[in-house]
Design a protein around this ligand. Structure first.
Ligand SMILES: [Zn+2]
Length: 285
């Protein structure tokens, strides 16, 4: 949605099926699931409206209880994400408390990976603020000079978020941004989760002049493949590969995003060694 007089935009995203896919990853603690949902919401919001064909990736790394979080969104709305926790540390109960353990040394990396040729872009920022949303908002404010505000809500099997963002250039309506900020802050988690996007934006912004755009569908998408896993195994080097063949045990590589397992038995590994990257089949769930 565009507020042309204010020169700002508003985006709403809602995740349902994607969260069901993530739940298949197994028993991540509640705080990790919540933070991953937040990461995916933010990745989906950020990837909307940018003229770019490829994948936007949001990554958080720290020495705290959260080791790594990855949330990816493609230009066609394909989302995937993963989270890894530091096993030596106690995992707190909520996403906010998990972010608190990050402390100094936590970094957020934003990457734009274009499809095909094209320049890869990467920005690395320290994780500031007490939530992931605040850290990303601070990044936009500082690096892009685009004031940005998020409102996120993560429920049991649904998550939703709103983002307002100023667009480059002056605004005709000098008080407009303030009003949008207040309206956004007034949205409750319940409203975010229960109302559909049109209804929610109407309830919040009905007094503002606005232009509404058709929604974009989001879905779970993981581009992993047997071929890619084969390349990773090859990338380990000839000695490593020979060792695996020697051991005569099937090698299982599980995708950390979608939980798909790729099994390479001795014959597969020998084929790899001889430059045939992977036989057909052989994949088990
Ligand atoms: Zn995968």
């Amino acid at each position: 949605m565009l507020f042309e007089e204010i020169n700002a935009r508003c985006v709403y995203v809602r995740l349902e099926g994607v969260l069901a896919e993530l739940a298949k990853r197994g028993d991540d603690p509640q705080a990790a699931r919540e933070l991953l949902s937040e990461g995916l919401l933010i990745a989906a919001l950020m990837s909307s409206g940018i003229k770019f064909s490829g994948r936007l990736s949001l990554q958080v790394r720290s020495q705290g209880a959260l080791k790594l979080l990855v949330a990816d969104c493609t230009d066609s709305g394909g989302l995937r994400g993963t989270v890894a926790l530091n096993e030596q540390m106690t995992v707190p109960a909520s996403a906010a408390a998990l972010v608190e353990t990050i402390g100094q040394g936590g970094v957020v990396t934003l990457t734009l990976d274009p499809t095909g040729k094209g320049q890869r872009w990467q920005g690395i920022v320290p994780l500031e603020g007490s939530t992931l949303a605040e850290a990303i908002a601070a990044y936009f404010e500082r690096s892009e000079q685009l004031p940005t505000r998020f409102r996120l809500a993560v429920g049991r099997d649904r998550a939703a978020a709103l983002m307002i963002q100023r667009m480059p250039g002056p605004s005709e309506d000098t008080d407009g941004w303030n009003r949008l900020e207040h309206l956004l802050a007034s949205a409750t988690a319940q409203e975010l989760l229960d109302l559909d996007g049109q209804e929610l934006m109407h309830r919040l912004f009905h007094a503002e002049v606005r232009r509404v755009f058709p929604p974009r569908a989001l879905s779970f998408y993981c581009p992993c493949s047997r071929h890619r896993v084969a390349e990773v195994l090859l990338g380990l080097g000839p000695t490593e590969l020979a060792d695996m063949i020697e051991q005569d045990e099937p090698v299982d590589v599980r995708c950390q995003f979608c939980n798909q397992n790729y099994r390479f038995d001795r014959l597969d590994l020998v084929a790899l060694q001889h430059g045939e990257s992977g036989r057909a089949g052989g994949t088990v769930h």
